[in-house]
Design a protein around this ligand. Structure first.
Ligand code: 3HC
Length: 691
């Protein structure tokens, strides 16, 4: 056994077992690649070795290429060459997979002659999520083993699949018991060596790709079906083209085509952005004054106050994670309605085949409903999700202070209000925190964890951990109006509203934002959310465009009209009524009419957000610029291929952003006043990335 290299070599009879030892994920960096090459060549040259098993040490087989090496000069053997080398070994090479075999990790397994896995293993080619494609033969080998249709799903979808499913596709040759992968793989290797079976190289297989030759239309059909989710991204199309090439071209030519496409993508802006996001997501967990060793409080039972859309959605997260939830309302009807919605959501998911019918009952079985706040007395975490009214929230928290057991975490789902003022209603402000979910709360991945001035460290650690446990990306933010996400949104909304009063059509603003890559523009979004949030006929002052739209019962999609008119299928068309309303308000306010180019619309909507980000950072309301990017990507649909507003602004150059902000400041005043941080960075020729 030699431990000096990242591959340890040992012998089981006539089988050489090569164990990848590059924690934490066996990323295939240059040292590991060289280590594998050397070990493989030694085993091949040794006449006593009849077969080779390649297995991962630690948590997994391999998470693929070392992403940190992209964009740097390559040292040592490249992954494609290494894999060709493995495939050419004249003795059976068996990949033994546990944990994950992803990206280059799965490509390595595909270059082996056989693949054995434990049922809990996951395999996949997620490169598309990094803005690239499987660049070590994956686009050529996978279709040869599972056929082009499945290869499209795996490569363009990017989601990992379980070993059992992979075995059913022919991707895994044999499933091993969970606890004896190594022994099972060695026995498998001995058997194939003893049988003297010819070595099966995936490159030589032609049977499965015939489907792509016989039915070339399948690729266009896939493009059409998936157009929406691929919109704006470059990598998915390149993946499809490579799989098409696999069906059309001889293997070596297909590999060359794949390489060319890979190199184009990996040096492009989208991949740089998506790789940045990969690491940014992982950064969010790191909190300078809350070390990872901070002990978290146990959370085994959750209480939720409010069974409305938010409360119900929040409850589903915990039920999905197997945690019992007690949900409280003030009226029986509201409670029944809330429970009904949760059940319907689950049943719809089950109908689509994404949840087993028995799981609907298991999850509903974890839910207790009550009208009695006292029922929350043994909960470890209580989340208040009632409407945005400070007095009501304070009243609830002062009651909770009396009811909740010592050490329970008291959280508010407020999206704007001051957590410190809420905490002040209790005698235990250290236990109070904000957990801001985004609607629909059971779907959106973002969770803003809002730390108050006195929130204790272990409460923060627990909240971040709970976030991960329920599958969210938790980002720690500070107390300010709207926290990070909505505070930025307010900037965009203000400018969008000003633009339409100047005569730009709402649909033109929406088009520009949509073309930029967001799922919808500000007006389509308002229509979806409902224009009457926070509006009431009693307090209406008939001042804004929104006031006048609501007065006419144009309250958004739900009433069939808002900024847009909607048909029965909720298709939107521009509305002349809205245009008239806007003209009326503009005339009343004496707003000068002026056209704006698409570039101006974009700048005026997005640059104030970037400027606000700089203020958020200056005020310490976010830990790092990349956290802000993660908020906007996961809470508001900012296109991941643009890496978030801060990353995007860095790409433009902060000098340019500053110059445009100053120009707009001259026209529109303080709303565009550049933040001192932005000015300083621009003056130094730096970006947010340099902070
Ligand atoms: N390269 C470099 N670092 C990686 C990495 C990779 N492929 N995969 C994970 N890491 C790092 C993470 O950044 C993290 O570092 P940190 O501790 O400093 O924050 C550490 O390894 C542990 O990772 P996670 O926190 O993500 O661990 P999890 O257990 O939660 O998840 C995983 C494990 C599912 C494997 C997840 O890490 C993952 O999805 N990794 C990326 C998989 C991937 O995209 N592979 C394709 C790579 S590109 C490629 O292979 C190109 C080829 O086709 C040529």
């Amino acid at each position: 056994m030699t431990d000096a290299t990242p591959v340890s070599e040992s012998r089981e009879g006539a089988v050489a077992v090569l164990t990848l030892q590059s924690p934490p994920v066996n990323a295939l960096g240059s040292a590991l690649r060289e280590g594998i090459r050397a070990a493989i060549e030694r085993a091949e040259a040794d006449p006593a070795v009849k077969a080779i098993v390649l297995i991962g040490g630690g948590r997994m087989f391999s998470a693929g290429a070392d992403i940190t090496e992209f964009g740097k000069p390559q040292s040592g053997i490249g992954l494609p060459d290494l894999l060709n080398r493995i495939e050419a070994v004249g003795k059976p090479v068996v990949a033994a997979i546990h944990g994950n075999a992803l990206g280059g990790g799965l490509e390595t397994a595909l270059a082996c002659h056989y693949r054995v896995a434990v049922p809990s293993a996951k395999v996949g080619l997620p490169e598309v999520k990094l803005g690239i494609l499987p660049g070590a033969g994956g686009t050529q080998r996978l279709p040869r083993i599972v056929g082009p249709r499945k290869a499209l799903e795996v490569i363009v979808g990017g989601a990992p699949i379980g070993a059992k499913q992979a075995a059913a596709m022919g991707l895994i040759d044999d499933l091993a018991p969970e606890e004896s992968l190594r022994a099972h793989a060695v026995a498998f290797a001995e058997r194939v060596a003893a049988e003297g079976r010819p070595l099966t190289k995936i490159r030589d297989r032609e049977d499965r790709i015939a489907e792509g030759r016989d039915d070339p239309g399948l690729f266009d059909a896939f493009r059409t079906e998936n157009a929406r989710r691929m919109r704006g991204f470059e990598a998915p199309e390149a993946c499809i083209a490579c799989i098409e090439a696999a069906c059309r071209l001889p293997f070596e030519q297909g590999l060359a085509f794949e390489r060319e496409q890979f190199l184009t993508l990996v040096s492009g802006e989208q991949s740089a952005a998506q790789r940045y996001v990969f690491f940014a997501e992982r950064q969010t967990a790191k909190i300078p004054d809350v070390p990872e060793t901070t002990p978290a409080r146990p959370v085994a039972k959750v209480g939720i106050i409010g069974a409305g859309t938010m409360g119900g959605g929040i409850a589903m997260n915990f039920l999905n994670a197997g945690l019992p939830v007690t949900i409280v309302e003030t009226k029986r009807e509201a409670l029944d309605r809330g429970l009904g919605t949760i059940r319907t959501n689950y049943e719809n998911t089950a109908r689509k085949g994404r949840l087993r019918p028995e799981d609907v009952e298991t999850r509903m079985g974890l839910l207790t409903d009550t009208l009695d706040l006292d029922a929350l007395k043994d909960c470890d975490l209580i989340i208040e999700a009632v409407f945005e009214d400070m007095a009501i929230k304070q009243e609830i928290f002062s009651k909770l202070d009396r009811i909740a057991k010592p050490g329970a975490i008291l959280a508010s789902n407020t999206s704007y209000l001051d957590i410190d003022a809420i905490a002040a209603a209790t005698g235990r402000p250290g236990d109070v925190i904000g957990l801001h979910f985004f609607s629909p709360a059971n779907v959106m991945r973002l969770l803003e964890v809002v730390r108050g001035a006195r929130t204790s460290q272990d409460v923060i650690a627990t909240a971040m951990q709970v976030g991960r446990r329920i599958g969210k990306i938790a980002v720690l933010v500070g107390v300010c109006h709207g926290f990070v996400g909505n505070r930025m949104l307010a900037q965009r909304q203000r400018e969008a509203n000003r633009l339409i009063l100047e005569g730009v059509k709402p649909w033109d603003v929406d088009r520009v934002i949509h073309d930029f890559g967001l799922p919808m523009g500000p007006f389509a979004m308002s229509d979806l959310a409902g224009l009457d949030i926070g509006w009431s006929r009693e307090t209406n002052r008939s001042e804004t465009v929104r006031d006048l739209l609501c007065e006419q019962d144009r309250r958004g999609q739900k009433t069939g009209a808002g900024f847009y008119d909607y048909d029965a299928k909720r298709n939107a068309t521009p509305s002349p009524v809205t245009e008239e309303i806007i003209a009326t308000v503009a005339a009343r306010q004496g707003v000068a009419q002026k056209p704006a180019s698409d570039q101006e619309i974009l700048e005026r909507c997005l640059y104030p957000m970037v400027n606000e980000d700089a203020k958020i950072l200056e005020e310490g309301k976010a830990i790092r610029a990349s956290d802000i990017d993660i908020v906007w990507i996961n809470g508001y649909g900012w296109p991941v291929y643009r890496g978030g507003p801060m990353f995007w602004a860095d790409g433009i150059g902060l000098r340019r952003v500053l110059e445009r902000l100053r120009a707009y400041e001259a026209l529109y005043g303080d709303a565009f006043k550049p933040s001192p941080l932005l000015e300083r960075l621009a003056a130094d020729g730096k970006g947010f990335k340099d902070l």
